[in-house]
Design a binder for this molecule. Structure first.
Ligand code: G3P
Length: 217
């Protein structure tokens, strides 16, 4: 499973990128707001830093303006992936940009039918929002499983990008369900390493190494 980082915080991206944990980045208007950055500048900077796709989201909801925005975002860097909402206008823009060779991430997916439409429109990525479904007492992972089954039934190449990931368990479950990618906030990726037995075991090894006088170099 590929790891995307769901943030526009350049320092956080750099830190994880140096560890080889960043296969791509996703942003959205809320994350741009949080960063306090200009979308075009921030996207350019992130695209220069990471090799993989960087999703930058349109803000218009009508087709004409959304297409203009998508085409403009696509000029920022070769690794920009234009993010559009799961509406008919978004799918029209998706089809046009895809046909022109631009990567497209269709976002705000909450049903298998929506994911089927995005695949038909040629989306590079479909972003089902796990956490927001969980918030409504609907198991977000069931949606990942349904989309996986449907895409595999027909050989759709659209990649499942599990989004709205809120916990390390979400990462594990997305991987078990066969999501192609999971995008998570940096704090969630950092949490994935935690296990009390690792910490306790290491404490003991450090203590015993000291007592044994072990010196390697
Ligand atoms: O990837 C989508 C994400 O940014 C939304 O997450 O936690 O606001 O549902 P959340």
């Amino acid at each position: 499973m590929k790891f995307f980082v769901d943030t526009a915080d350049i320092d956080a991206i750099r830190e994880l990128n140096d560890l080889g944990m960043v296969d791509g980045v996703t942003t959205n208007p809320s994350l741009i707001l949080k960063s306090g950055r200009d979308i075009l500048e921030a996207t350019k900077e992130i695209c220069d830093l990471v090799e993989g796709p960087v999703s930058a989201e349109v803000v218009a909801v009508d087709f004409d303006q959304m297409l203009k925005e998508g085409e403009h975002l696509a000029t920022i860097a070769p690794n920009v992936c234009v993010k559009v909402p799961l509406t008919w206008a978004g799918l029209r823009v998706c089809k046009i940009l895809t046909d022109n060779g631009t990567k497209v991430n269709v976002t705000l997916c909450f049903s298998a039918n929506q994911a089927l439409l995005a695949a038909k429109a040629g989306a590079t990525y479909i972003s089902p929002f796990i956490g927001r479904l969980d918030d409504m007492n609907i198991d977000g992972m069931d949606l990942i499983q349904d989309i996986r089954t449907i895409y595999d039934n027909y050989g759709f190449e659209t990649q499942i990008l599990a989004a709205s990931i809120r916990s390390a368990n979400h990462m594990k479950d997305a991987a078990l369900m066969g999501a192609d990618v999971a995008t998570a906030p940096p704090a969630v990726i950092s949490k994935m390493i935690d296990h009390p037995l690792t910490k306790n075991g290491l404490d003991q090894f450090v203590k015993d190494a000291k007592e044994a006088g072990i010196k390697i170099v």
